[in-house]
Design a protein around this ligand. Structure first.
Ligand code: ARG
Length: 462
């Protein structure tokens, strides 16, 4: 018995798909987010087909009018998506034929869903990448503003999460500026390889119709048509590159989040996060939890998951298109949404954060954070640095015993360890002096940081 013929590829089939197979095979719930890109690609294709006399001008016009009407329906949210039509491409094509008649069936001339889906995905991801680049640029501005507005704040710098040397809070903010600058560059760079047109590659081997791939590439603002049709339909590197760049952004955001969580704890007390971006506890009335930062830290995992997921989908696939590749979109869509909300929240939260500068200053001056400077002081007086290190180590041990910081030890006591120490040492041990002694390029000295702020602002404005 001949089946109902609902499918767009039903000719050779004698039996309808099993209902569960139909559901399993369908991607419409995911790929309908690319509907407008699908229409954009189809309009470019129809335009080119008419210019090449593969369609008459009248036919192309009917098709394009029909596609525009469908676009309006989709935008007005009155378009009816059908799971039995499998994916966004066939839903739109069927709606077109219902609207304009048999001529709608001519749109798929010299095209396959394989080049179509690759085109839609690239168009969609290009738009999303632009949006994320804008968000990252905003994030970078937020960090430069924080650096500029708080040049007076000294905080402890850490290695191994142990107090190491005092640094400017601004210097710490600029470290994030650098990370997010590279992140933005990575996304911008990925656009070079993303912005290539697969359209016209057909199912895999190209087509015998006299199409103009340069033309469709140009209409869709791609930089050029993909050179190899097999590669064009089977390559998903662009999505993997996006996911790896996205994972690195999330990794950076997770480190920032972790620091904000630590800094806003009772124990650190360096910052107070705004009420607008924190939550309370249902049982402990005093609590103010850094949920936004914790969730950003947590959501990093799902973006990594999407990267590893797609790498695994693509691993070992023979050329060219395989249905496995339908699994390529969900993780990318999720990563785009995740990045977008995490960056937006970071951008709105950070400017509202309060700094507890006296608390930072106090913490920066504890735990012998100026020990290196005392060693440098001795080294500058001619003592080999290794010996200076040893002497200061002894003074630190003494300080621990007497429960005193280095600057609070008596000069006499210090001189017992090294006769090179004179009373100019107390100037050297002051936090501001310790910070400002770091005058090397890229260091934490105020002058260096000022210069980095100026360079960063210039980068952002240029
Ligand atoms: N929905 C499919 C996907 O996302 C479109 C391409 C289908 N191609 C095919 N030969 N069945 O991958």
């Amino acid at each position: 018995m001949k089946k109902s013929g609902n499918k767009m590829w039903g000719g050779r089939f004698l039996e309808d798909n099993d209902a569960l197979v139909q559901e399993f095979n369908a991607s419409i719930d995911v790929d309908k987010v690319m509907a407008l890109q699908d229409i954009q690609g189809s309009i470019a294709h129809a335009t080119m087909l008419a210019e090449q006399d593969i369609l008459s001008d009248e036919e192309a016009e009917q098709i394009i009018d029909g596609l525009n009407a469908i676009r309006s329906d989709i935008e007005a949210d009155v378009f009816e998506w059908k799971v039995e039509l499998e994916d966004v491409h066939m839903n739109i094509e069927r709606a077109l034929t219902e609207r304009v008649g048999a001529v709608g069936g001519k749109l798929h001339t010299a095209r396959s869903r394989n080049d179509q889906v690759a085109t839609d995905f690239r168009l969609w991801l290009r738009e999303k990448t632009y949006d994320l680049v804008d968000l990252l640029e905003e994030t970078r501005t937020v960090f430069v503003d924080l650096a500029e507005q708080n040049l007076d704040a000294i905080m402890p710098g850490y290695t191994h999460l142990q107090v190491a040397q005092p640094i400017l809070f601004s210097h710490h903010m600029l470290a994030y500026f650098e990370m997010f600058t590279r992140d933005q560059q990575r996304l911008e760079d990925s656009l070079k390889r993303l912005n290539i047109s697969p359209l016209g590659a057909g199912a895999l081997a190209g087509t015998g119709f006299a199409i103009d791939r340069e033309k469709t590439a140009e209409l869709l603002e791609f930089s050029q048509p993909a050179r190899n049709s097999l590669d064009a339909v089977s390559d998903r590197d662009f999505a993997l590159e996006f996911l790896s760049a996205a994972s690195i952004v999330m990794m950076h955001l997770s480190r920032l989040s972790e620091e904000l969580i630590l800094w806003s704890s009772q124990e650190f007390g360096f910052v107070t996060l705004p009420d607008s971006h924190t939550t309370g506890s249902s049982i402990m009335p005093q609590k103010k939890n850094p949920d936004v930062s914790e969730l950003i830290r947590g959501k990093t995992g799902r973006v990594y998951g999407s990267l590893v997921g797609l790498l695994t989908v693509m691993k070992g696939l023979p050329l060219t298109y395989n249905k496995d590749m339908q699994e390529d979109k969900e993780g990318v869509i999720d990563a785009v949404e995740t990045l977008s909300i995490c960056l937006s929240l970071t951008n709105s939260m950070l400017p509202k954060m309060n700094l507890n500068k006296s608390r930072m200053h106090y913490a920066a001056g504890r735990a012998y954070s100026n020990a290196t400077d005392l060693a440098d002081y001795l080294a500058k007086k001619g003592l080999p640095f290794r010996e200076a290190h040893e002497s200061v180590g002894q003074l630190v041990a003494l300080g621990i015993k007497q429960e005193k910081d280095l600057q609070d030890l008596e000069l006499k006591t210090m001189q017992e360890v090294s006769s090179l120490i004179e009373d100019d040492v107390f100037e050297v041990l002051k936090l501001e002096a310790v910070v400002n002694a770091r005058t090397s390029y890229g260091g934490t000295g105020t002058e260096q940081v000022r210069r980095q702020i100026a360079a960063a602002s210039k980068q952002l404005n240029g």
